[in-house]
Design a protein around this ligand. Structure first.
Ligand code: FMN
Ligand code: SF4
Length: 555
């Protein structure tokens, strides 16, 4: 597709769009769909037809708007009205409101409106999620109108691969899959690596419990990920890419496959991309939902058709990855950040965030917080701002106890650090990690030993079993935590738990085992008294654990 053809599509789309006086958007990402937003969309279409307004009002299915707790969500573009918990019965009222007609007394309770200026929306900075909730993820035309594929078309015709790498380098972007490795540096290593062919892999395995950032990006704006991958392939010299996505994400897979077909049709993928000599194809590979398959060497083994077991590194995938060839692996969010960086410059991106953690981060905000959902904030925003301004605080007048970041590899940050900025360095200092973006808010009803046990049970069941420290150590740590939560443990057991944390952390083969002790270490660091309460006083202060007080044996 050349720039004239692209302009023609955009002009036609804009003309069509302007023909409609009103545009109502209904979220059709998985969260809202699970509460039947598809029926809301059909009801709105029917109502518009019934009133003969089909040439005036357009109903659009869009991606995630973020405030998942209040779904199904529907918004009216012109008035800025945002409706929460919409039901099909609310269709007449929404259409009447759109048209300025007096609203008929509804049979069902009215759909409540959310204030558009609410901090949940106004405090966010949306780069990765800029199109989520506004474009139809099933239509490449929507992505094009929003400026999509312009970065790719321009890069291919006006810039060289080293210039693209330099731009990504300047942006300071660090991998969003968990480890925070500098993306520009990784791209540069792959581009310089000897060996042919080279591959680009998008890691969409997303196995952390409660995390849904990557799923949401794929469901809401799949072309953004494809464009990022194509730019990466051009920069490092690859002509084949794979998206490795877990099979439990059927909607994301469907939209991704649809997007790949559309991009091929308009020659943003395939041979002679954008009329140049650059060729790049993307195929989808499905994972079976094993957490360890998100680890890059295990992922590569799985794409090759083998069992998803990690391998020792080096060699790193950048030098010897898929089928022994240089391979660039990045996370969904990392790729989704690329097109805006190339479009607006690395310097622009680097102006957002902190000195060492640049740009924005998407979080899945969950747990004991009023506004649960998907948010994107500049790096360096404090936990207090995230939990209390964006999240709306803790429900039921309860007190915040801790925020868990980084999932099973992360840690729990107690309330005294609420004013710490959320960036890679600060979280590491506190004994947690940024991880891929899971953020679970806990109040006084959470038992921190129980929280550590939950994550350890997860690691124990997800351990691939290849190395002994992780296979046996996670099971032993789980047993000890179980003993503590039942009030049956001794101080010697606690000492053994701490020794095991050390051993498993330092001797496991891959990141799963190396980071599995983190939730225990951080809860011991900040909530040791809760462990002592269980052990010495046979008491769970939060009232969560079923204590089995040891009965005294009389001689
Ligand atoms: C047990 C384990 C699971 C992982 N799961 C994921 C995942 O689901 N998605 C992801 O992008 N990275 C995951 N990673 C990190 C990847 O190995 C790799 O570092 C990442 O995909 C690189 O992309 P980035 O540089 O863009 O972050 C996991 C690592 C470990 C140790
Ligand atoms: S650390 Fe755990 S998950 Fe990783 S290779 Fe060893 S057994 Fe497998």
């Amino acid at each position: 597709m050349n720039s004239d053809e692209l302009s023609k599509i955009i002009d036609t789309e804009q003309d069509t769009d302007q023909k409609f006086k009103h545009h109502v958007c209904v979220c059709v990402a998985a969260g809202c769909l699970s509460s039947h937003s598809d029926q809301v969309k059909s009801a709105l279409e029917e109502e518009i037809k019934k009133q003969g307004l089909e040439h005036e009002c357009q109903v659009k299915g869009v991606g995630c708007m973020g405030l998942c707790a209040a779904g199904p969500l529907a918004s009216v573009r012109e008035s800025g009205k945002l409706y929460q918990e919409v039901r099909p019965e609310n269709a007449a009222e929404i259409v009447a409101g759109m048209n300025g007609q007096p609203v008929e007394p509804a049979e069902a309770p009215s759909a409540a409106q959310l204030p558009p200026e609410m901090p949940f929306f106004s405090r966010q900075v949306r780069i990765v999620l800029e199109n989520s909730g506004t474009i139809d993820p099933n239509r490449i035309e929507d992505y094009l109108v929003a400026g999509g594929y312009q970065a790719l078309a321009k890069a291919l015709s006006e810039r060289t691969p080293p210039e693209i790498i330099e731009e990504v380098y300047k942006s300071g972007l660090r991998g969003r899959g968990g480890a925070g490795y500098p993306t520009g540096l990784k791209w540069s290593t792959v581009s310089k690596a000897r060996g042919n062919p080279k591959y680009v892999i998008c890691n969409a395995d997303e196995g952390d419990p409660g995390a849904f950032m990557d799923r949401s990006v794929l469901e809401s704006d799949p072309h953004r990920v494809l464009e990022g991958m194509a730019l990466a392939a051009f920069a490092v010299g690859a002509s084949q890419g794979y998206v490795y996505v877990r099979a439990e994400y059927p909607l994301a897979i469907e939209r991704l496959q649809n997007a790949i077909k559309q991009a091929r049709r308009l020659r943003f993928l395939g041979n002679d991309v954008c009329g140049t000599t650059f060729s790049f194809n993307i195929d989808v590979r499905l994972g079976a939902g094993a957490f360890v398959c998100g680890e890059e060497t295990a992922l590569i083994a799985s794409v090759e058709g083998g069992r998803g077991n990690p391998k020792p590194r080096p060699p790193y995938p950048a030098e010897a990855g898929l089928w022994g060839c240089p391979t660039l692996i990045n996370n969904v969010e990392t790729f989704a950040s690329i097109a805006p960086i190339v479009r607006n410059s690395g310097t622009w991106y680097a102006s957002i965030g902190t000195e060492k953690s640049k740009g924005t981060k998407v979080f899945a905000l969950a747990g004991r917080v009023k506004n649960t959902g998907l948010i994107e904030v500049p790096m360096g925003m404090t936990l207090r701002e995230i939990v209390f301004d964006i999240g709306g605080g803790i429900p039921d007048g309860k007190r915040l106890k801790a925020v868990q970041t980084g999932g099973p590899s992360g840690g729990c940050i107690p309330d005294q650090f609420l004013d710490m900025p959320v960036d890679y360095e600060s979280l590491n200092k506190l004994g947690s990690i940024m991880g891929s973006g899971g953020m679970i808010v806990m109040d006084e009803t959470s038992c921190m030993v129980d929280v550590a046990k939950y994550f350890m049970e997860f690691c124990m069941s997800e351990s691939c079993g290849k190395c002994v420290p992780c296979r046996v150590g996670t099971a032993q740590m789980y047993d000890l935590l179980h003993k503590i939560t039942e009030g049956r443990a001794s101080l010697d057991d606690l000492q053994m738990l701490e020794d095991l944390c050390d051993l498993v952390k330092n001797t496991s083969l891959c990141g799963l085992g190396q980071s599995a002790p983190n939730p225990i270490l951080s809860t011991l660091r900040y909530f040791r008294e809760e462990y002592m309460d269980h052990i010495c006083h046979h008491r769970c202060p939060a009232g969560v654990c079923k204590i089995k007080v040891p009965t005294e044996v009389t001689a």
